[in-house]
Design a protein around this ligand. Structure first.
Ligand SMILES: Cc1cc2nc3c(=O)[nH]c(=O)nc-3n(C[C@H](O)[C@H](O)[C@H](O)COP(=O)(O)OP(=O)(O)OC[C@H]3O[C@@H](n4cnc5c(N)ncnc54)[C@H](O)[C@@H]3O)c2cc1C
Length: 437
């Protein structure tokens, strides 16, 4: 869940501030939590469940849904519903408006390049993900050459991810249950935490900077996980093993599976060492960790999705992505590294916290990874000059077009996006029910 400060304008982050606040979203967050099987959204967790941080850091909870596959969960309800018709294997190609460009009349859909049809409706909601939502608006240019909702050249701009960096190395002298709550792989399997030790908490904890520190030092949001294995010698083997196990458990032939297999083959010794380390973890013999930090980004209009000159199988432009990460991300990362390193030293029984060579010093570019959170390309703002959709997620200037998904996030906070995506979708659904009556 995003925190109060994430919704507020922050003077040091241009274009920050949502046109909704967290209090008004809370009922929708609660409904989203119900849907996702999270039953203690607002519960206070006992202090013993978090690392005893007193300084600029605190342990922030991240909610884990026991039923993340909403397609499977809702399929039966959708089949039973009398007012819902679901078309599978149907690709939305583009929207058509009336001649004024202010009202969507229909959407063109195709099941194969030669099998196309058109759907008319009173209202339309785009929910095609953080990149495709923008592409669909841009490609819908038959009546308005710049695309739908793009009167201020904002569609596709301000693309944000959660840049991710693995760094450092932490060695502990004995297994520690408070620390274990910050290790997602341990929390997910909870192999050695008793009910009492776990204190009934469902979720993992990440280390975050307190809002007052972010404000006084003019920093972005961040969240740091503590992950098994010393990453300096790991060469990606640990992560490759993680993905290999993930996709094998799912029984799907994903391209990560092949990539992971290749990484393991390239670094067999480091991968085996990592596997042994992981086995040790699951039995509670926790010794070596590294840190894995995800960061918020400052919105940047040049970080953007545009249309490519290459065409897809439906003869429409493919998408082109220019992802930019600004200097404030680096400054935030450097502060996070210093603060965490200092705090871990203060916690006595942990030792040997070192900065990693994975983050180059000085001006060198940091090899940020992404975490598949695509945000910002149809950003929300009360003012059409600074946003594509308004506070109800209606596209500015369009009478019957709405957007769902993290493309509407004006800023990304430090949290996983899906709980907020679902909360906003529920809010939109409630709004549409009234709107259509
Ligand atoms: C491996 C992985 C792990 C993740 N882990 C987490 C996590 O732990 N926590 C978290 O909060 N988030 C996580 N995410 C991110 C999360 O999946 C997304 O934020 C979320 O799914 C976005 O929801 P959405 O409905 O907006 O878009 P999507 O889930 O991307 O759904 C969009 C749908 O639209 C369809 N679509 C796209 N284009 C068209 C078109 N033209 N016509 C018709 N249909 C179309 C797509 O096929 C898709 O079904 C993860 C993502 C990945 C890939």
């Amino acid at each position: 869940m995003l925190d109060h400060a994430d919704f507020e304008p922050r003077s040091w982050i241009p274009m920050s501030g949502w046109p909704v606040d967290r209090n008004s979203l809370l009922p929708h967050y609660e409904a989203a939590a119900d849907l996702l099987g999270i039953d203690d959204l607002q519960a206070e967790w006992p202090a013993s469940a978090s690392l005893p941080m007193t300084g600029p850091l605190f342990s922030e909870r991240c909610f884990l849904s026991p039923i993340p596959d909403l397609g499977a969960t809702l399929r039966a309800r959708l089949q039973r519903a009398k007012n819902v018709q679901v078309f599978l294997h149907a690709t939305a190609l583009r929207l058509d408006t009336d001649s004024s460009g202010g009202w969507v009349r229909s959407i063109e859909v195709a099941s194969t390049p030669n099998r196309r049809f058109r759907i008319q409706a009173r209202s339309f909601v785009l929910a095609c993900g953080g990149i495709e939502n923008a592409r669909l608006l841009l490609v819908s240019n038959r009546q308005t050459p710049n695309g739908i909702g793009n009167q201020h050249d904002l569609v596709g701009r301000y693309f944000m991810e959660h840049p991710r960096v693995k760094w450092g190395s932490l060695q502990v002298c004995h297994p520690d249950t408070a620390l274990a709550l910050h290790v997602p792989s341990i929390v997910a399997r909870r192999p050695y935490l008793s009910e009492q030790e776990h204190c009934g908490v469902t979720g993992a904890f990440g280390l975050a900077l307190r809002p007052e520190i972010r404000e006084s030092e003019r920093l972005l949001g961040s969240r740091t996980w503590i992950k098994p294995g010393p990453c300096a010698n790991d060469l990606g083997g640990s992560e490759a093993l993680h993905y290999l196990a993930f996709w094998l458990r799912k029984g799907r032939l994903h391209r990560d599976l092949i990539k992971s297999g290749r990484t393991i083959l390239r670094h067999p010794a480091a991968s085996v060492a990592s596997a042994i380390e992981r086995l040790g973890h699951s039995r509670g013999r926790v010794r070596h960790f590294h840190f894995d930090t995800i960061l918020e980004q400052e919105p940047d209009p040049e970080s953007r999705v545009t249309l490519d000159t290459r065409l897809d199988e439906f003869n429409l432009p493919r998408v082109k992505l220019e992802w930019r990460v600004g200097p404030l991300v680096r400054r935030t990362l450097e502060r996070v590294q210093t603060i965490i390193t200092d705090e871990m030293r203060l916690l006595g029984h942990r030792s040997d916290v070192r900065s990693s060579t994975q983050v180059p010093p000085g001006g060198d570019d940091i090899p940020y990874r992404w975490v598949r959170h695509h945000m910002g390309t149809t950003r929300m703002s009360a003012d059409p000059r600074t946003g594509v959709v308004d506070a109800t997620c209606q596209v500015h200037g369009l009478g019957n077009l709405f957007v769902a998904g993290s493309s509407v996030f004006p800023t990304g906070g430090n949290d996983m996006p899906t709980l907020t995506i679902v909360a906003l979708a529920i809010k939109l659904g409630r709004h549409l029910r009234q709107w259509l009556e």
